[in-house]
Design a protein around this ligand. Structure first.
Ligand SMILES: Nc1ncnc2c1ncn2[C@@H]1O[C@H](COP(=O)(O)OP(=O)(O)OP(=O)(O)O)[C@@H](O)[C@H]1O
Ligand SMILES: Nc1ccn([C@@H]2O[C@H](COP(=O)(O)O)[C@@H](O)[C@H]2O)c(=O)n1
Ligand SMILES: [Mg+2]
Length: 215
């Protein structure tokens, strides 16, 4: 027999799927500029930005029962079990009131990807992938100065390893479905955003064309 929590989750999944939200996954290595560019996309295209890492860090701060486990995983650069992260994402999506989401730093591995699809029944519109060299990403993270516990050289190396071994295969999966929009993220912020704008403008044009065919 299901618990009250199971029933509440089922209801949340149902109401999310019914809303048919537009989801764009924003992927790229640690420090590639995902958060920076998401802030620009929010301003120009009206999406709500949900960073899985930010949600996990907020969960630690909230004093949740999962806080210590999440903190340890982040310090080690490991990927938190999908169940935890997906619940945080679902809650944030429902609370936002918006129907367009940039989901930043998720899915990070095959388990994240398959669980999100199975639980929410949502497929991403496309995947924005920020491509950048490790040298540049390392330089950026070491200069970030936001007091993140994982922004030290030991954890950075672990995060790069997890990115190569677990996250890139997810990008390849979406590539096989022709869903990846790859951006050269090594350029200055403004130039990267020019390339990002092209992707989102093309998406808006496609939606307009689709609605015209019904006139
Ligand atoms: N194109 C860029 N050129 C130079 N610096 C950049 C660029 N984009 C972002 N930065 C800087 O690099 C650092 C990392 O950027 P950001 O936090 O957006 O990356 P991220 O992909 O979200 O990283 P993480 O996965 O660790 O959360 C920040 O200090 C940001 O100001
Ligand atoms: N799907 C995810 C996303 C993140 N994490 C953990 O958070 C750390 C920081 O993530 P950023 O996107 O803010 O860099 C990451 O290294 C993981 O430990 C996760 O577990 N699952
Ligand atoms: Mg980030």
């Amino acid at each position: 027999m299901g618990t009250v929590v199971d029933a509440a989750n089922k209801e949340a999944n149902g109401s999310l799927a019914e809303k048919k939200p537009t989801v764009v996954f924003v992927l790229g290595g640690p420090g590639s500029g995902k958060g920076t560019q998401c802030a620009n996309i929010v301003q120009h295209f009206g999406y709500t930005h949900l960073s899985a890492g930010d949600l996990l860090r907020a969960e630690i701060k909230s004093g949740s029962e999962n806080g210590t486990m999440i903190q340890n995983m982040i310090k080690e650069g490991k990927i938190v079990p999908s169940e935890v992260t997906i619940k945080l994402l679902q809650k944030a999506m429902l609370e936002s009131g918006n129907d367009k989401f940039l989901i930043d730093g998720f899915p990070r591995n095959e388990e994240n990807r398959a669980a999100f699809e199975a639980v929410t029944k949502i497929e991403p519109e496309f995947v924005l992938f920020f491509d950048c060299s490790e040298e540049e990403m390392e330089r950026r993270i070491l200069n970030r100065n936001q007091g993140r516990e994982d922004d030290n050289i030991e954890t950075i190396r672990k995060r790069f390893k997890v990115f190569l071994e677990s996250s890139l295969p997810v990008v390849q999966y979406y590539e096989s479905k022709d869903k990846v929009r790859k951006i050269d993220a090594a350029k200055p912020v403004a130039e990267v955003f020019e390339a990002v704008k092209v992707v989102f403008t093309a998406k808006d044009e496609k939606v307009k064309r689709r609605s015209c065919t019904f006139l």
